[in-house]
Design a protein around this ligand. Structure first.
Ligand code: SAH
Ligand code: DHB
Ligand code: MG
Length: 226
């Protein structure tokens, strides 16, 4: 199995199952022109998030890591009844995302909060509102354990939690050296720890799946709050 083959299969699946979507293409072009990193979920993964919104009947979705709003648009299109709160630390990314939400016709159902995700999440925990039915964690990987804890606090029994990028080319298998203070090592520790927590925490039941395709070899974790 070569990377070229898995990419080709992913493109074909996208063609057969999703097709060309002018709105999403436009959204991607704006992000691209603005020089944003092209690290949004793959189209087939966006569709999976949308299906999870529908399957779970989610009304309130929390997203950590907006970028240009690509994944949020996929989820918002899952149902007219779904409202999304998405958190982004970069004001530039948030501004692009807001334009994209207007053009995708979902701006009235998506709120972008600009700030460090942990700070915004702690504000949300401090002023309880309706719980979230689905949480998509896709920001700085080093903070994944903190995000998982807040997701549980802001959820309810049945809340679906998805954590992106938990395999990262197989790097998840290797514990980084204790003296490695690189971002990569910190992210890896965060990802390994969040998977351990999903496995151990009695408040959660979950699994993780490896993925291949247009984004290379990666994976996501899927959990439900008990
Ligand atoms: N979910 C998006 C991709 C998100 S990329 C999609 O699939 O379309 C990760 C985003 O998280 C980036 O825009 C980055 O600026 C943001 N981010 C990184 N660290 C963050 C933090 N500590 N708090 C809030 N946002 C953060
Ligand atoms: C990166 C982040 C992501 O959320 C992703 O899906 C792919 C790559 C990154 O920071 O490199
Ligand atoms: Mg991601």
């Amino acid at each position: 199995m070569s990377e070229e083959e898995t990419r080709a299969v992913d493109h074909w699946l996208e063609h057969v199952l999703i097709g060309d979507d002018p709105v999403l293409r436009h959204v991607q072009q704006r992000a691209d022109r603005a020089g944003l990193p092209m690290i949004e979920v793959a189209p087939t993964a966006g569709k999976l998030l949308q299906l999870l919104v529908r399957i779970s009947g989610a009304r309130r979705v929390l997203e950590i890591g907006t970028l240009a709003g690509y994944s949020a648009i996929w989820m918002a299109r899952g149902s007219d009844a779904v409202r999304i709160l998405t958190i982004e630390r970069s004001p530039e990314h948030a501004a692009i995302a807001r334009e994209n939400f207007v053009d995708a016709g979902v701006a009235d159902r998506i709120e972008v909060r600009v700030g460090q995700a942990v700070d915004v999440l702690d504000e949300l925990v401090a002023e309880p509102d309706e719980p979230f039915d689905l949480v998509f964690i896709d920001a700085d990987k080093r903070s994944n354990p903190l995000y998982l804890e807040r997701a549980i606090a802001l959820g309810h029994p049945g809340t679906v939690v998805v954590v992106d990028n938990v395999v990262r080319g197989g790097s998840v298998l290797t514990e980084p050296a204790a003296d490695d203070d690189s971002t990569r090592a910190a992210d890896l520790r965060g990802t390994r720890e969040v998977l351990r927590l999903i496995g151990e925490d009695v408040r959660l039941d979950g699994t993780a799946l490896q993925t291949v395709g247009v984004k290379g070899w990666d994976g996501f974790a899927l959990a439900v709050v008990r």
